[in-house]
Design a protein around this ligand. Structure first.
Ligand code: GDP
Length: 447
């Protein structure tokens, strides 16, 4: 479904061929194209604006990693932006089915959105993957065919369907479903509410009354991704009345422009939980922002290439630094580099892993010496306020220079002293460790 969008986007990046830091001009040119591509894909305008401004902020001035091209690097940044837009990285949010059984799931949506099909798909998924006993029930009293359809699909999915009783209201059926669930030991009851061709007050009122009776743990809106902005608008309207807990986007196998998926999460703030990817009863995928972003961009190869290159650069730098430190050659430039590295690697322990013989006591000593993560940025600022020469030869730093540096970094002189002391301690410690390392060899290796 995302072919056209991904083609357009990949064309944008091929024109970025410069070297060095990403320039404002390059990034803006790319972003103009990206904006058009997203709007053409029917992504909501506010989402597009938010997306492009975030990407711009991230991309401009970013150092280009040596082994990749600027275009490749921008692809990675755009990819990460898409992942954010879709709800962020991390485990896709599953269903919350905890609590006293039977737990109810309410399915809402417009007629033709794929609600009934999704009800059966979901029932199959929960019964197979979570080994739960699932009952489905159709509350569509106006369309007997819809009830019949659910019964047939449930059979295909090998899950139980509440027997049809003519003449009951939707609320009565909901009550009957919940009590059948209780009496017959079902874990989960999925209620397929009536859909309409458009949102109206009666439908909303009915759905709200059903929710009162069933007290659903999950209320999922099923929306047809092919309807683009309309699907987004529908989600907003439903959420105002029903307190939705999540979204299911159907027909993601179709040839729509894909914008619905990209706007939906941004506009409603609701997690997309599943994607419908075929008419078949097993055509339901758990939503995965990273996977979808990869599909939209169509450049998954490049994204992983840049990720790998970035990781290697970090790793090499840290290792080089660790070696230098072990030899006792460790000037303030190295220290600044290290402070940056530490911030990137999530604190001191990440980097220490590269040093042989770094034990708990040594780590504690580092912490005492002032290496807490909140101070890192300030310490880096102090070093950045020094001249190159001062960084290489800390002995040059007499009182007047220290005052100048403290001013430049916006700190007091004692803090500069503290940093210098910390540097001396570290250099000492590294020297000692380097010697020990030589004698004892690498841990785990015969000396
Ligand atoms: P309802 O009126 O909301 O209950 O919609 P239905 O469940 O009856 O679905 C309407 C049509 O869409 C049916 O022909 C389904 O087979 C089809 N459908 C539902 N979900 C998907 C999907 O994810 N992909 C495709 N290709 N078709 C779907």
């Amino acid at each position: 479904m995302f072919d056209s969008l991904s083609e357009r986007l990949s064309g944008v990046f091929d024109s970025l061929t410069g070297r060095g830091a990403l320039s404002e001009k390059d990034v803006d040119a790319a972003l103009r194209e990206i904006r058009v591509a997203l709007l053409e894909a029917d992504v909501a305008l506010p989402a597009v604006k938010d997306f492009t401004s975030k990407v711009r902020e991230k991309a401009i001035g970013e150092d280009v990693i040596r082994s990749v091209s600027p275009g490749q690097q921008v692809i990675k940044i755009v990819h990460d932006g898409l992942v954010d837009l879709l709800g962020g990285e991390g485990e896709p949010e599953g269903l919350n089915l905890t609590g006293e059984p039977p737990v109810a799931i309410l399915m809402a949506g417009l007629q033709g959105s794929g609600k009934t099909t999704t009800t059966a798909k979901l029932a199959k998924r929960i019964s197979e993957r979570e080994k739960k006993k699932v009952l489905v029930a159709s509350l569509d009293t106006r369309r007997p065919a819809a009830m019949e359809q659910l019964a047939q699909m449930a059979e295909k999915a090998s899950v139980a369907c509440l027997p049809i009783v003519k003449g009951q209201s939707a609320v009565e059926i909901a009550k009957r479903a919940m009590s059948a669930g209780r009496l017959q030991g079902y874990d989960v009851v999925i209620l397929d509410t009536a859909g309409r061709t458009s949102i109206d007050e009666e439908m909303m009122g009915e759905a709200a009354r059903i929710a009162d009776v069933a007290r659903p743990r999950e209320t999922l809106l099923v929306a047809d991704s092919l309807t683009g902005q309309d699907a987004v608008e529908t989600a907003k309207r439903f959420d105002e009345r029903l307190k939705l807990t999540g979204l299911v986007l159907t027909r993601m196998d179709g040839d729509g422009r894909g914008g619905a998926a990209l706007s939906m999460r941004w506009v409603t703030g609701l997690p997309i939980k599943f994607l419908g990817v075929s008419e078949k009863v097993d055509g339901l995928d758990a939503f995965d922002a990273k996977r979808l972003a990869g599909r939209i961009l169509g450049r998954g190869d490049i994204v992983s290439l840049v990720e790998k290159a970035a990781a290697e650069v970090d790793h090499e730098k840290a290792e080089r630094l660790a070696k230098k430190m072990a030899k006792g050659k460790f000037d303030l430039e190295d220290m600044a580099d290290q402070l940056r590295q530490l911030q990137k690697m999530g604190g001191i322990s990440g980097m220490m892993g590269f040093l042989p013989g770094m034990n708990k006591a040594a780590k504690a000593q580092m912490a005492n010496a002032g290496f807490d993560d909140t101070a890192l940025k300030r310490q880096e600022a102090i070093i950045l306020s020094m001249t190159r020469e001062e960084r290489a030869k800390p002995d040059l730093l007499k009182a007047s220079r220290k005052r100048r540096i403290a001013m430049g970094a916006g700190v007091a002189v004692p803090e500069v002293n503290k940093l210098l002391k910390m540097h001396r301690q570290m250099a000492d410690m590294m020297k000692k460790m380097g010697k020990k390392g030589k004698k004892g060899g690498m841990p785990g290796m015969p000396g």
